[in-house]
Design a protein around this ligand. Structure first.
Ligand code: TRP
Length: 450
């Protein structure tokens, strides 16, 4: 049954643009390249791809089923499908995860805005690599400027979400996602035509299995879930706005493919350039903020490439932050019967405080630590390596063991109207492989087996 009063995406393209907009973000352009660079290149990519298709996509399909079947928010969805149980807590965990992810994500998104302005002001020119690294450290450890950009990003996000599902989220995704594709293709072309670009390509496609450890395997799992936006009910929320006519299997496949493609393209845009200039590929989170400005100062037309790149980063981040804020907004609006506007205003308040603290924890308030990490690193670590895999585990157990197989089939086949290729394999993965694999990776890495 379709709920006529509920917001809905207007077309198939809108669904893919919004969901791929959520999936494609800092995870693909900022995080994936540095994880790849420091964790064994191609070997990491292979493990990552395996996790995306065998573990990530089944969880994504489950989230789509839960969301569209129930037509409710992250937590309400479980209550509709399993009344009088505690499953709704999985949705609540998702809402909490959204807050935690946003608390560090807004900070990095803010950096991308600062760098757009630095690029426009032509500030990278004439700086040596060590100067550029100093610029980054000085900026991120300063109090006011990063805080300012973080808050600007919170407001832009809130503004889009306030405009609503169709007029805000859908509209902006339909414009920004194609733009993002064009920008990244241009950058790949530029990077591949630099002298000695082959070395970067070789690095990308030459596996170094000696680097693969249990920590790297957990990183690949966390990265897969983080990048696909699965494990915290984000896609449950978006799927609740999807028409009953939409083919969910196609949609999941398209989101996964686009997301993976952008991660690989981002690496193709970055590594050949890095090698062309002889920069260390295993730099961490600062890779795109220090290494790339270096590249831009040394290539023809660098001024424009720099602006284009940081714009790309900001655009990708925005379509992701809106999806995370929508999870919170839909949940509070529906569960506490509050106005959208009120909820967004309240969330903005909380998020400014939490992301502000995480930004300050990198500099002036470096004693803001949890478990030996800065607040910023803790939010990042805890959300992608612990909360998302846990959420994914619970969601797979829910669909695999606590929801009727025939109802799942019914939702995926639109009431028997569509063929669902590989349904048996999908269900088998969810029931056995996904939960066991996640549990094993956890036990192995967190040392629970010792
Ligand atoms: N996937 C986004 C990225 O790669 C971030 C993101 C948006 C996300 N929504 C999410 C991560 C939900 C986990 C869950 O940047």
């Amino acid at each position: 049954m379709e709920n006529k009063n509920r917001a809905q995406f207007s077309s198939k393209f809108a669904v893919v643009a919004a969901a791929a907009g959520s999936a494609v973000g800092l995870g693909n352009i900022w995080r994936f390249p540095y994880e790849l660079g420091s964790n064994g290149g191609f070997a990491f990519l292979l493990i990552y791809l395996l996790f995306v298709f065998v573990l990530g996509m089944p969880v994504m399909l489950s989230e789509l089923v839960i969301g569209r079947r129930s037509q409710a928010n992250a937590s309400g969805a479980f209550r509709v499908l399993r009344p009088n149980s505690r499953w709704h807590l999985v949705g609540l965990l998702g809402v909490i995860t959204a807050f935690i992810i946003l608390s560090f994500y807004f900070v990095v998104a803010g950096w991308s805005l600062e760098y757009v302005f630095q690029a426009v002001a032509n500030n990278f020119v004439g700086k040596a690599p060590s100067d550029l690294s100093q610029v980054f450290t000085d900026f991120t450890t300063e109090a006011v400027r990063p805080l300012f950009w973080t808050i600007v990003f919170v407001f832009i996000t809130a503004f889009v979400v306030l405009a609503g599902v169709q007029k805000g989220i859908e509209k902006i995704s339909k414009i920004l996602m194609p733009l993002l594709f064009v920008i990244i293709l241009i950058l790949c072309f530029r990077s591949l035509t630099l002298p000695r670009a082959e070395e970067g390509v070789k690095f990308l496609f030459k596996p170094d299995f000696s680097k693969i450890t249990s920590t790297v395997v957990l990183s690949a799992l966390g990265q897969a879930f983080f990048s696909l936006s699965v494990g915290m009910s984000c896609l449950i929320t978006y799927a609740s706005y999807v028409s009953k006519k939409n083919n969910l299997v196609h949609t999941a496949f398209e989101i996964t493919t686009l997301d993976t493609l952008v991660s690989v393209l981002a690496s193709v845009a970055i590594f050949p350039a890095v090698f062309s200039l002889g920069i260390d590929p295993s730099k961490g989170p600062e890779l795109v903020f220090i290494t790339l400005p270096n590249v831009f100062t040394q290539i023809p037309g660098g001024y424009f490439w720099a602006i284009l790149f940081f714009l790309l980063l900001a655009v990708a981040a925005l379509t992701s932050t809106i999806s995370l804020l929508e999870v919170i907004t839909a949940y509070v609006t529906e569960e506490f019967k509050l106005k959208r506007k009120t909820v967004i205003l309240l969330s903005v308040g909380v998020l400014i405080i939490s992301s502000g603290l995480s930004s300050l924890s990198l500099g002036v308030w470096s004693n803001l630590q949890l478990f030996g990490m800065s607040l910023f690193d803790f939010f990042d670590y805890f959300s992608s390596k612990i909360l998302l895999p846990t959420g994914g585990l619970l969601i797979s157990i829910f669909i695999g063991w606590f929801y009727k197989r025939k109802d799942t089939f019914d939702e995926l086949s639109n009431g028997g109207k569509l063929a669902v290729p590989l349904f048996n394999i999908y269900f088998f993965l969810l029931r056995y492989i996904v939960p066991i694999a996640i549990a094993l990776i956890f036990i192995n890495e967190l040392g629970l087996n010792k």
